[in-house]
Design a binder for this molecule. Sequence first.
Ligand code: PEP
Ligand code: MN
Length: 348
Amino acid sequence: MIVIMRPGVSEEQIQEVCSRLEAAGYKAAISRGVERVVIGAIGTLDEPIRQMLIDQLLVLPFVEQVIRVTKPYKLVSSEWKKERTKVAVRDMLIGSDEVIVMAGPCAVESREQLLKTAYAVKEAGADVLRGGAYKPRTSPHSFQGLGEVGLKLLKEASELTGLPIVTEVLDVRDLESVISVADIIQVGARSMQNFSLLRELGMVDKPVLLKRGIAATIEEWLQAAEYIMLGGNMNVMLCERGIRTFETYTRNTLDLSAVAAVKELTHLPVIVDPSHASGRWSLVTPLSLAAIAVGADGLLIEVHPEPSKALSDGPQSLTPDKFAELVRRLEPVAKAVGRELRMGGQKQ
Ligand code: PEP
Ligand code: MN
């Protein structure tokens, strides 16, 4: 349930509510909005005890309302937090009026490949460099990523270009080394319900990009985000990357309605990955334009200097030239929906 405090409550009054919730067996989470303080009660109680607690709280003059939350998530919901979350990454705020673009290779393959791509996407205006060092591959025989070597290369690329890094953590044992390089930690679609990983990420001080599972419902996706936030890490971004449907022409089906839905249901920034959604480079630009039109706060795009030689996801990778053209075409669409394209790479 959620306790909504009256405007202008004191710290003591907030603490009073928190201690009552905790004494009853809940965990209290405080959200301090511009207008109101809202306290989330996390946990479950037997119904009669819960009802008694609600009655007691409603007697307090500084409590305005107690709302029962019937949804299986709370902290991610726009009911719980009215203002939209803006995730700070260096000097950038993701989820603000500025649309951001993350771009780079599917996997870090070599120093030359990564640096070539990094400089090219920066010049085209990308704000964040992507690149996987640990790759979740369907076949154990496929290229699995360069691991620690890949992380070192990402660090170097970031130092040389000034671009922040988003990279995936696959295994909780690699978390520390990934954190030392990543500005944003990516949770891949296949790991969306790796609950022990999600819990660990709840305790770190780094933004998390949570991809939607390949066959996850919106509700399952949001509960996965709730796992992270429950640990205290509120810097979560949702990433729609296509879901599995009966359609086989595209690698997945980009669920644009989910983008609009999670913008409504949650206060979190939403990123769209049209590369994994479509599996085809020729569809990446039109889907990117549509994603921004529907309200996405940013894009995650695969770019490779020579897609025909890529060790993973070549067919969906844009060449640097095509990526630069995509960025040019994004600008008027962002403007049409009242936003600006940040073009961070070009500002440095
Ligand atoms: C990726 O970003 O390269 C990736 C593996 O994505 P997903 O988890 O969405 O398949
Ligand atoms: Mn990929």
